[in-house]
Design a protein around this ligand. Sequence first.
Ligand SMILES: Nc1ncnc2c1ncn2[C@@H]1O[C@H](COP(=O)(O)OP(=O)(O)O)[C@@H](O)[C@H]1O
Ligand SMILES: [Mg+2]
Length: 261
Amino acid sequence: MSEAILEVNEVTKTFGGLVAVNAVTMHIEKRRIFAVIGPNGAGKTTFFNLVTGIYKPDRGSIVFDGVDITGRDPAVIAGMGMARTFQNIRLFGSMSALENVMVARHVHTRTSYADALLHTPRYHREERKARDRAMELLAYMQLDHRAQELAKNLPYGEQRRLEIARALALEPKLLLLDEPAAGMNPQETEDLQRRIVGIRDDLGITIVLIEHDMKLVMSISERIAVLDYGKKILEGTPEEVQNDPRVIEAYLGPGAAEGVQ
Ligand SMILES: Nc1ncnc2c1ncn2[C@@H]1O[C@H](COP(=O)(O)OP(=O)(O)O)[C@@H](O)[C@H]1O
Ligand SMILES: [Mg+2]
């Protein structure tokens, strides 16, 4: 069995009376494309918020690449090599595409505050390096022609790709994508699909994907976990998940599976 990069054990998160994530366990192996699916409100985004440290779990533990990160701060977890994109795009709208990627990159430059203030040779060197790498990442996401445009002026699909470029600038081991194909047309979705596989194959990054586009999910995921009302109701291969009546019922309601078989 290959090593897990993420081990989520019996994690629970409650908001008031609502159990958004209910004793969920997920073990995700390195270099996988792993999908988390489920109807709206199932707890998928909350699951990401728990893993990335935005929320602290009420119960359970989270181990990232062998280190217990339960309750740690998001910045610490990000620094350990976990990056994400958001269901509701979060870019700096009034900054250029290039600047959006460079902001993330600053985590990896060694310039001190004094270097930056005094514009030392080290500052210029690091800045150039960061800029070159950011341009590479923009090109990788097919956005190099947009480098100087303000993020807010990019079409929706390109904003989603820009968020991925920015996440990659953190040089993550694990990349969490929250509905990356939302708002994309079929052509853009197909390009994105190839790009996600490329990120795993070229860069060796493990990917966890929340997505409603079932064609995308079924084409590229090796394993799929299904959440419903905060609980993991099933985990398996695309074939296993596709043919499971519990999944059809989760999406379409009780009894729906009978008519579908
Ligand atoms: N910060 C919060 N405060 C209160 N309720 C929340 C909060 N975040 C999520 N929820 C609730 O938790 C449930 C799961 O939400 P979410 O994780 O966003 O679902 P999904 O991403 O699967 O659509 C929903 O009922 C949602 O309203
Ligand atoms: Mg969500």
